[in-house]
Design a protein around this ligand. Sequence first.
Ligand SMILES: NC(=O)c1ccc[n+]([C@@H]2O[C@H](COP(=O)([O-])OP(=O)(O)OC[C@H]3O[C@@H](n4cnc5c(N)ncnc54)[C@H](O)[C@@H]3O)[C@@H](O)[C@H]2O)c1
Length: 469
Amino acid sequence: MRRKDFLQFSGLLGIGSLLSAFRLGDNSISKTSPIADRIRTKGIDGSAFDLKADPIPKVRIALAGLGNRGTSLIDMLSWLVKEGHAEITAISDINPNKVQKALEKIRSFQTNVPATFTGSDEAWKDAFRPEVADLALICTPWEWHTPMALHAMRNGIHAASEVPIAYTPDDCLELIRTSEETKQHCIMLENCCYNQEELWLLRMIEEGVFGTVTHAECAYLHDLRQHMLDPTYYEDQWRLKHHLKRDGNLYTTHGLGPVCMYFDILRGDNLSHLTSMSSKEAALSEALRGSEDPAMQALANQVVCGDVNTTLIGTEQGRSIMLQFDVHSGRPYTRLDKVVGSKATHYGYPSRLYIDHGPTWGGHGWSEDAQKAEYQDRYAHPLWTRLQKLADEHEQGHGGMDFVMMYRLIRCLNKGVSLDLNIYDGALWSLVGALSEESVANGSARMDIPDLTNGRWKTPVPHPVGREI
Ligand SMILES: NC(=O)c1ccc[n+]([C@@H]2O[C@H](COP(=O)([O-])OP(=O)(O)OC[C@H]3O[C@@H](n4cnc5c(N)ncnc54)[C@H](O)[C@@H]3O)[C@@H](O)[C@H]2O)c1
């Protein structure tokens, strides 16, 4: 069909405006997205990007949420406490038994006994005060992350929250505004940014081994059915409840965080738009139906979160990211960790590297183990190498990445330097989850991702995780 005829034809069908909106580089289609009009970044000035606070020689920590994660982060703090870099001054949980258990653990490595706060779901408020602590460490169910972080900052202490730090656009923006206004740090504790493989890839990308990085695939694929059905694993089965109310990517950050480091997101590039699709739901409801507990069986028809959510994200510099979420299906754990560049490619789980030898090579296989080992050796991240030695000496767990994360947070606060990850990182990675839900609810509509930094992302800077502190 000739162009003129085509335009007449499309005009007849009334799709001319739609086609013009889809023209390359024209973002106008996104203006129709329900959320693009709602997200107002007015007032955000980017001033908390490299936020520094006064050095805190010994960081006093108030920890809320003493379940699976809170307890394991207590272990990560033991060496820092013994070295005099930190002290756990307060602990809080709605469940008094968990408070007692945490207290016993802390007593094994800390002389001063922390104050305890329990008995109501707002008891933590008495702990998040400058008289008690310098840092609020938040390890509660998701719905408490934003209110707790906001309360901490507004009352004059820094906030560090488990992932995701928020799951609505309004909460993401409020966290940024509050950190800017109060000049308090607000960090989302994305531990996978500190994992050995991810730091190794980051270093290779920074050293040019990958050439121009163009595409990444990342995920959180973790069969959590057993935990979600167990009435004792998550307090009050909070995690299952989210799957009864929400559909989209509910846990973006373990996959997306490291990729945003690889792609200089907020440090020269930015996430610009996304579209998201959820598959039909089957595995979780089948598991609930098969449970022997009638209360679980009764929930089977209420699951709304699809088994597999796939979100495609575009960046301002034209890179693409495929991000997946699935905690329902039976399959092995993976975060994918795939990165494609003009000179090299990496696939994770298991880790495979391909070094390009030019267009005439036509290779079909991954690099030999010996060649990969050479690259692992040559580009091992110095932060990992130095701290892993320390972690091994002090038997710190979780593959070491949790210890590296906690070490960096506390030592940055000790020294009064900016943190490795700022509130814009945490808010952006969390916002992708919120927008994926909106996209799914609107037939996989394109969602614009607003600039959360007031243009700050346009200045290329090396990722601060590589700094010596
Ligand atoms: N980064 C990681 O690798 C990782 C791993 C596991 C969990 N997490 C995150 O950690 C958080 C907690 O997960 P979990 O597995 O420990 O869940 P959990 O249910 O074991 O622990 C949550 C704890 O918070 C307590 N709590 C609930 N409301 C409270 C309130 N108002 N005040 C004080 N305490 C309250 C509960 O009683 C419970 O002990 C979640 O955000 C989860 O996403 C992160």
